[in-house]
Design a protein around this ligand. Structure first.
Ligand code: FAD
Ligand code: SF4
Length: 515
């Protein structure tokens, strides 16, 4: 073969221009590699989902007539790292040039750029043709260490792609319908949540390989059957299912949480993040499909559901990627609140008396999934209030979630949820007391703690931890006009109550493992 073309595990983009024509002298390489399994400790479902999706993509390419070399850990366990593998395969197949697609992670991008510089054979890189904001434009719209308002960016993207627009005005007259999206589930609502779309992909052969090669992981896969979509066909089925059954209430219950829906962890969410992040689905394809469903069923589906969904993908997803690239590698070390506590042990088994946290952790550990508000306002909020070191928080999120790839995980975790990035993403911390959890979920009803109490044995830990957090960072946060009111409420309380609250928080922090 003349050319070796590398396809990484999150570059399974069937519409890429590489696949527009077949050339006999091109060999595509898709390889399981130890270096991709151990940069953090991963959930086994994440490892199996990536390897299974790579396997399916290799099979699909082969049956479409492309030359594909699909290597498993059995074939690559002696290759120290990706460059070593590329050199070996290029030599073995007599390739005179190597081509790759720009990786989306800093770690891999640097590794391949170094390889390109030092390689004796000709190496070239191409765009992955997935994102809606071209990489070359990131630096024009975003600046290192500077906050860009997501809403402005999102509006520009709506105009650019002419999505939900009526001429140059937003459809329905408003850009953002978030205020319609703040409902909690009633008992009646809970009865009518549709089943999630789950698959039964047999990954027992991958599990056996992980064991054979001593790959460290956590979590389980029940009966060796993976529930995530790992092929383009399945990803499209998930999208169709979302359009047919879930979109109608997506926005309405976007922030709602419950522990009463045991087998349904994703509620009205789409479960599309893995398919999007591996590039099995293109973001524009997903958005347009959702808008077309709205156009076909205008009486059932409201604009606010569709606008909310579009904003997540066209807005947030593209925005966090830009923030990542413009700020890396410094972003990975940001810790503006100097949070240095250790992640408690219950992050690995969910055994805490706090029901909100226990439910969200157990669900994450069981299914490699939590929806946005569980990630942000339950798990993230707890870490923020308890001052957990953002490196530990990042590593946990990067390991546990099915869709966690650093470019999207890190800005969301370190930035949005931990406020560790000097306010590059969020203009104020997403900090909340038990009151918020009680408003948006039914967690507090089944909790050993009392959400109404700040002080005492039964007091909800989030209440005092919230005030401790606000006090600790008062100097920094008080200047923010959106937070000033909070301090006025605090100052109105009696000295005794304030002191007791802070003492309670100190007690909880000192005994964080037994919360
Ligand atoms: P839905 O609720 O159905 O949303 C549809 C799609 O919108 C998602 O599939 C996703 O592609 C996109 N989206 C929504 N919110 C965001 C966001 N804030 N940033 C980027 N894309 C978004 N998402 C990841 O893909 N990988 C991560 O590692 C990740 N880590 C997160 C960590 C924290 C602390 C927080 C608060 C959020 C994180 N998110 C991450 C964003 C979001 O929570 C997930 O994309 C979403 O929960 C995936 O489930 P879904 O496909 O059912 O999403
Ligand atoms: Fe969480 Fe506090 Fe409610 Fe318990 S009482 S579920 S700890 S918010």
């Amino acid at each position: 073969y003349k050319t070796l073309r590398l396809i990484l595990g999150d570059q399974l983009n069937p519409s890429h221009s590489w696949f527009k024509s077949k050339e006999d002298d091109v060999l595509y390489l898709i390889a399981e590699l130890k270096q991709e399994t151990n940069y953090v400790k991963h959930h086994v479902q994440k490892l199996c989902a990536f390897f299974n999706a790579m396997e399916n993509f290799a099979t699909a390419l082969k049956s479409a007539g492309f030359n594909v070399l699909h290597l498993t850990l059995d074939d690559t366990h002696e290759d120290k790292h990706l460059p070593a593998l590329l050199n070996r395969v290029a030599k073995e197949y007599n390739c005179s040039c190597i081509e790759y697609l720009y990786p989306d992670e800093f770690r891999l991008k640097s590794q391949l750029a170094d390889f390109e510089k030092s390689s004796e054979i000709n190496v070239s890189a191409y765009d992955s043709e997935h994102f809606l904001l071209p990489f070359s434009e990131i630096k024009d719209r975003f600046k290192k260490d500077k906050h860009v308002t997501m809403e402005h960016f999102y509006r520009a993207m709506r105009k650019r792609y002419d999505l939900l627009m009526e001429d140059d005005k937003p459809a329905g007259g408003k850009w953002n319908y978030d205020c319609n999206n703040r409902n909690k589930f009633s008992k009646q609502d809970l009865k009518s949540i549709p089943e999630p779309k789950l698959f039964k992909n047999d990954v027992s052969h991958i599990l056996a390989r992980l064991k054979k090669h001593n790959i460290a992981y956590f979590g389980e896969i029940k009966e060796g059957k993976l529930e995530w979509s790992t092929s383009r066909k399945q990803a499209k089925e998930s999208l169709e299912y979302f359009c047919e059954h879930l979109l109608v209430n997506f926005g309405k219950f976007q922030d709602a949480m419950t522990d009463q829906s045991k087998d349904n962890t994703s509620l009205y969410h789409s479960r599309l993040s893995f398919a999007l992040n591996t590039k099995l689905l293109h973001p524009l394809y997903v958005i347009k499909r959702v808008i077309s469903e709205f156009e076909q069923r205008p009486d059932e589906i409201s604009l606010s559901q569709v606008e909310g969904f579009t904003r997540q993908i066209l807005g947030w997803r593209e925005y966090v990627r830009a923030v990542y690239w413009v700020n890396m590698p410094d972003y990975a070390t940001k810790n503006q609140l100097k949070a240095n506590n250790k992640l408690p042990q219950y992050f690995w088994d969910g055994n805490t008396k706090m029901n909100c946290l226990s439910h969200s952790l157990k669900q994450s550990l069981d299914t490699a999934y939590a929806h946005h508000i569980q990630r942000l306002m339950i798990i993230g909020n707890f870490c923020l209030l308890s001052g957990i070191n953002p490196n530990e928080v990042d590593n946990w999120y990067l390991g546990v979630y099915i869709d966690a790839i650093e470019w999207v995980e890190m800005p969301n975790t370190r930035g949005m949820s931990q406020f560790a990035d000097d306010g590059i993403i969020a203009t104020k911390p997403y900090a909340a007391s038990g009151n918020y959890v009680n408003k948006m979920s039914d967690y507090c009803k089944n909790c050993q703690y009392d959400v109404k109490q700040k002080v005492g044995d039964k007091a909800c830990p989030l209440n005092s931890l919230y005030w401790r957090f606000m006090q600790t960072h008062r100097e920094k946060l008080e200047k923010n006009p959106r937070i000033g009111m909070v301090y006025r409420n605090w100052d109105k309380q009696s000295d005794e109550l304030r002191e007791d609250t802070l003492n309670q928080a100190t007690h909880y922090i000192n005994n964080i493992e037994s919360l």
